[in-house]
Design a protein around this ligand. Structure first.
Ligand SMILES: [Zn+2]
Ligand SMILES: [Zn+2]
Length: 297
């Protein structure tokens, strides 16, 4: 089970109810922070998430509403005696920007960090999941992300028991794709195992609607998309290189996403109900995010 928590859902200017952009994805031992707008560390505190759980920070782009929270968060991690190596990933220029932060602020301590400028689509992979990045069309270099859990081989214990098997190393062997011999009878993995499809989360950060939006959204269980404006302000959205609720919904529908969560709203919307309704016209399973909203998938 993965859980994500929205920490900020406003665009350039935060409001009383909406902080700058960020969300946290907790997956097994990993804590992945997607963007880190101003005030993110305080939002983590309110959400009850220990910042020391963060293992990776993914930065979509270096506009302040996505990054102003980084210096404060680094200072707190140092104060909290963060004992892992924090991995920070972002577009070209990320190393320089982090170095400026470290030089500008008088940090008492520094934590162990590795900084990566993303150059290829699949930029991280382990046995459990992969992370992918796709360039978007914004005023400055900007990336959208995909978290792709790997498929898992599961054992159907009812079937296994019928064949005389019980929990233990033999089950593990079958799960890893090896046949076993029980009482002179060969049992193949396919006799007792099945594939549980891995889950996918897509994040479309600031952009005009473009082809890569669809790649990020492709068959995603959860698609998080910026939706700064409603389609009445189509031209403004185009000029400012942002998407409307309709754009996001059409991307979700075209790419076979299962659920769309809109975020990154302009401060002009005291209520985002109209944006949600607009999105639902094109993609019924749409919902607007709010700060501290939790989603399990
Ligand atoms: Zn933004
Ligand atoms: Zn931006």
């Amino acid at each position: 089970m993965a859980e994500m928590v929205f920490l900020g859902t406003s665009s350039m200017v935060p409001t009383k109810e909406r902080n700058h952009s960020s969300f946290f994805l907790g997956f097994r031992a990993e804590g992945i922070l997607f963007d880190c707008g101003e005030g993110t560390q305080r939002q983590l505190k309110i959400a009850g998430i220990n910042p020391n759980r963060i293992t990776k920070i993914l930065i979509s782009h270096w506009h302040g509403d996505h990054t102003l929270g980084i210096p404060g968060l680094l200072q707190t991690l140092a104060a909290n005696k963060y004992d892992k190596t924090l991995k920070i990933y972002g577009p070209k220029g990320t190393k320089k920007s982090i170095n400026y932060i470290l030089k500008t602020f008088a940090f008492l301590n520094s934590i162990s960090m590795e900084i990566f400028e993303i150059k290829k689509t699949m930029f991280y992979e382990n046995d459990e999941y992969a992370l992918e990045a796709y360039p978007l069309e914004h005023k400055i270099p900007c990336l959208g992300f995909r978290f792709v859990e790997k498929d898992i081989t599961k054992v159907d214990m009812a079937k296994a028991k019928k064949l005389g098997l019980s929990e233990g190393p033999i089950i593990g062997k079958l799960q890893s794709g090896k046949s076993v011999i029980i009482k002179g009878r060969k049992i193949k993995p396919s006799d007792v195992t099945y594939i549980q499809k891995g889950r996918t989360l897509g994040y479309i950060a600031d952009t005009n609607r473009c082809e890569n939006c669809s790649k990020i959204a492709k068959d995603a269980d959860i698609l998080i998309s910026e939706s700064t404006f409603e389609s009445k302000l189509d031209e403004k959205a185009e000029d400012y290189t942002h998407m409307t609720a309709r754009d996001a919904a059409m991307v979700a529908a075209g790419a076979g996403a299962k659920k769309l969560i809109l975020t990154h709203f302009s401060q002009r919307y005291a209520s985002v109900e109209d944006l949600q309704e607009e999105a639902k016209t094109y993609f019924p399973n749409s919902v607007c995010a709010y700060d501290f909203m939790k989603v399990q998938f």
